[in-house]
Design a protein around this ligand. Sequence first.
Ligand code: UN1
Length: 500
Amino acid sequence: MPHLRNILEDLELPIDGNGDLSVISPIDGSTIAKVFQTPLNEISQMAERSQTAFLKWRNIPAPRRGELVRLWGEELRACKEQIGTLISFEVGKILQEGLGEVQEAIDICDLCVGQSRQLFGKTITSERPEHRMMEQWHPLGPVAIITAFNFPCAVFAWNAANALICGDPIILKPSEKSPLSGIATLNALLRAIDKFGDEAPDDLAQAIIGGATHSKSLVSNPHMALVSATGSTSMGRSVALSVAQRFGRRILELGGNNAMIVTAHANLDLAVRAIVFGAVGTCGQRCTSLRRIFVHSSLSKELLNRIEQAYASLKIGNPLNEDTLVGPLIDKAAFEKFQSTLNRAKSEGGEVRSGGERVLEDIYSEAYYVTPAIVKMPTQTPIMREETFAPILYIVDYDDFDTAIHLHNDVPQGLSSCIISDNMQEVEYFLSVNGSDCGIANVNMGPSGAEIGGAFGGEKETGGDRETGSDAWRNYMRRTTNAINYSHDMPLAQGISFGR
Ligand code: UN1
């Protein structure tokens, strides 16, 4: 078993601090560290310093900014094992997933190094003679990054790597439930900044430790040109209103209620493997976790049996043990929500086929391990339309494909989705405008485990924005459209004749 104290030391994190925020390990409910919250009255000064850093950083050529992100990736490679383990301690995800999260951070650094040489604008043909039009992408300004407890390293890195190559300083506000993994990821960045040298301004990367009040103060600060926030829909709504009030920009990554359609033409071997990882990975605490299945009634019985079998062999326990597949829920509140949701599902006609129990209470009285639940529902009832951040998998039978698509989309959230089918028409329909209404739509795989190369995000109450790869970098820059007249005349657009 790795020694937490050594890891904290290696990652330059507080060990004997006596701060006002206790960081609790969901593994056993023990206190990992007591960190100091940032005094609220310091936030506006931090934002001002970030603005000062911006004025310098925006003038460093983008490929040089990419070099800093390359160094960050190197630093993360060097401490992948430690941060991955710390994520396990702090979030409760299994070590493989903790390491995978750090790998995601390394991958986005690699992507952004290349992207730093490709912040392309278009050249546009002008309707006027001897004119040229083009667009340029300029750095935007300081970026606030507010992360959720479940992905403290990767989601921070997705945003920070993009922001930094785009010429923007960052201020991180990690979740108060898992601040250490975020700070460890930031410390790796600060080491990279040290190696990068004088070209990097002071305060290029800062962090605020605290809760919702801290977030509110950061979000409303006019220096924060972009606020990128991951978390619940209610948090997102308040961020959206505050940022809109001052016409700031935002990237919101909010709730998901991700579903799978298992059609009559499904390969059930693939389906079962995709379902298990999607529904119980990270103990059902990913935005992209699988929560709903619509299965064709001809395969329903067999699928249910096979999922039940697979669930029966899941090893639940300490996420640092090599054979564990399901770690704990983050805290007591999450467990209570898990229970109350199951009770509501039952009252709406659901049958809990397996799971739903608290386990290992004798060993970990202060931690919340549960058996992932499979709930057969008569149809899509109101509880299924809500996101519960826990391993609850609802299964509903369908007879015709259109109904499955309708139920699939008939929820307020729109993050991720998937279909299991070997039938080309079904698959293409699911991917078409009439199919899934989500930001992510996968075929013959689960809804989670998105790669950083694609744009990540979703529609409706998920927020509507995109981060990580593809052209998401544009969110961290501002576009100027330029028209250049190289003639000796002054023709007007639209053929307007003005005065002459
Ligand atoms: C999240 O749950 O907040 O798609 C992010 C996935 C990960 C990212 C999830 N790559 O599961």
